[in-house]
Design a protein around this ligand. Sequence first.
Ligand SMILES: C[S@@+](CC[C@H](N)C(=O)[O-])C[C@H]1O[C@@H](n2cnc3c(N)ncnc32)[C@H](O)[C@@H]1O
Length: 264
Amino acid sequence: MDEPPVAGIARIAITGDGASTDVVARLSEELRLPIADNTSEKFDLLLAARADRLELRETRPGAPGAVYVDLLGCSPGEYRRRVGSRRQPIARAVGLPDDRPSVLDATAGLGRDAFRLAMLGCRVTAVERSPIVGALLRDGLRRAQAVPELDEIIAERLLLHVGDARWHLSSLAEDARPDVVYLDPMFPTVNGASALVKKEMRSFRLLVGDDDDAGELFNEARRVARRRVVVKRMPHTPLLGGEPDITFKGKIARYDVYLVQSAL
Ligand SMILES: C[S@@+](CC[C@H](N)C(=O)[O-])C[C@H]1O[C@@H](n2cnc3c(N)ncnc32)[C@H](O)[C@@H]1O
């Protein structure tokens, strides 16, 4: 399968806001984005290179705050206390605590789920097709690796690949097939989603679109996963595949699990 092009729906530019001109020029070339003034309103979105991080800003008046990758949001100890339980729904959905599966997160986004799974002990390959989201994620991983406790975990358990996961899955060698393929594609905005979810989704949707091809990704995931495919959905969003074999319900999301018959 040829790698499909990425659909972008916003006008976007890069802007320097504290980072050196070399960094801005390199990102502009890598991501093929024009360079703009950081007050420019000619674009819907600005990827701002600050001295300390990369962030995405909507330019329209009254837009929500910037989007950037913040994997921990607190100290490593506090993070473990909050999300470290190997009995939480996402952990059980991928097969923990009995197992330490290899997971291919085919919709990496801002990397929260991939990072959480790596912290729980899984070996994770995170695949993201938007080069701009990929750049945000790479920047967040680099900052997280400055925390000594996380450096080894990320280096050993979390690999980022920027490209389309359908293509990535279809080109994997037999011995590289993951135990679990994890999917969290964008979903249609539905009644019942919280205002915060709607607000975050708005900025993100502007950049990556609607993931209308999620059904194809699901089919490819089912073909390649050795043990199971896990689909994260919000409580009110429709099923992506057919009826799942198991569902684990969390406070914010549910995890639909499709078992691979030969692994049963
Ligand atoms: C809702 S976000 C995922 C959020 C992520 N689970 C997290 O914890 O931050 C969906 C992401 O999947 C990406 N995506 C959708 N289809 C993809 C595909 N076929 N290959 C790679 N990435 C894909 C989108 O570009 C978007 O960044």
